[in-house]
Write a protein that binds this ligand. Structure first.
Ligand code: COA
Length: 295
């Protein structure tokens, strides 16, 4: 657990680590003797902090302009500087083909992303978001991508321009992928951990205080068994205060109710009742949280 960054899903638990959360959630007493670890406040140097904040504010201002070409120009320029430390220009004809391909690829208009192939895409909505989604992906893979202080703030800013709605105090780690972005709602105080897939091809709502752990997958579309090109989109909902733990999967159209928890590696193929802890493939209830109201 040395590297577990499991940020909590519940305001009251806002400063406790995974071990402490489990103990609080599953063992009724005595709460007071259980260890509780506060998150340590970390900041970069004042000079770096100012630079980081100014950069995010500058990008935020630029992205207020929803014109896809304007956004693409901004992204091309920033990726060029991020990766090569130099301002962009047309690729030099005397440079290698690989170097020219790199320069072309900083421009989102030359990048092709998987969701663009989907026939059910709303092309107009995606077009204005695509430059930012490309920037997000390339930012995460850049030398800055693992700087958490900067990354939380950068991704929160991008999410507010990309998602249908992104609430306050949303923390998103590196390597997270979305499908369209415009069908995704992430409410206040949610945490999305590293390498999570949030498929919002249908509609995905992550209600407040929920947490999606490392490498989890949440889907909102399914394929016909006989003809894989026949797609059905559903609304998938998680929370409030639910936890999809690491490497778990939530299938399309499933609702994980308040305080529901999907155990690691579990596949939630059916709705999960409030306060139920489910595990396995397919996931079944293994216990009910002791904080559940008595019926
Ligand atoms: C689901 C979970 C929370 C249950 O923890 P727990 O309350 O300590 O569960 P227990 O050890 O009492 O297990 C109860 C039963 O469920 C089974 N079980 C527990 N977790 C399971 C899982 N992920 N998949 C399949 N079965 C599981 C146990 O083997 C046990 O079965 P048994 O009664 O036949 O022996 C835990 O196993 C889990 O998956 N935690 C996720 C870790 C996490 O949050 N990671 C994020 C950190 S950043």
């Amino acid at each position: 657990m040395a590297h577990c960054f499991c940020l909590p899903a519940v305001a009251d638990f806002a400063q406790c680590d995974r071990g402490a959360q489990d103990m609080l959630w599953f063992r009724p007493e005595p709460f007071t003797t259980m260890p509780r670890y506060e998150y340590r406040p970390l900041t970069p140097t004042p000079e770096a902090e100012k630079t980081f904040q100014n950069w995010i504010e500058q990008l935020d201002r630029e992205f207020m302009n929803r014109d896809p070409d304007h956004r693409s120009d901004v992204v091309r320029e920033n990726l060029h500087e991020l990766y090569l430390g130099a301002q962009s220009g047309p690729p030099r004809q005397d440079s290698s083909l690989a170097a020219r391909a790199l320069a072309h690829s900083f421009d989102p208009r030359n990048a092709t992303l998987e969701p663009e192939y989907y026939g059910d895409i709303d092309a107009a909505k995606y077009r204005e978001r695509k430059p930012l989604i490309w920037f997000w992906m390339m930012y995460d893979r850049s030398p800055l991508g693992l700087n958490h202080w900067l990354g939380f703030r950068m991704r929160a800013m991008l999410a507010r321009h990309i998602f249908k709605h992104c609430g306050q105090n949303v923390k998103i780690f590196h390597g997270v992928e979305v499908s369209f972005g415009y069908n995704l709602t992430v409410e206040d105080n949610c945490t999305i951990h590293k390498y999570v897939l949030l498929d919002d091809r249908g509609e995905l709502i992550i209600h407040q205080g929920s947490s999606i752990s490392d490498y989890a997958n949440v889907y909102t579309h399914s394929h016909d068994l006989n003809d894989g090109m026949i797609i059905t989109n559903h609304k998938t909902e998680i929370g409030p205060r639910a936890r999809i733990t690491y490497h778990a999967t939530v299938l399309s159209g499933v609702k994980i109710a308040e305080h529901g928890l999907v155990g690691s590696m579990g596949v939630a193929s059916k709705d999960v009742e409030p306060f139920h802890v489910v595990a396995g493939v397919p996931a079944k209830t293994i216990k009910v949280k002791t904080i559940a109201p008595s019926s």
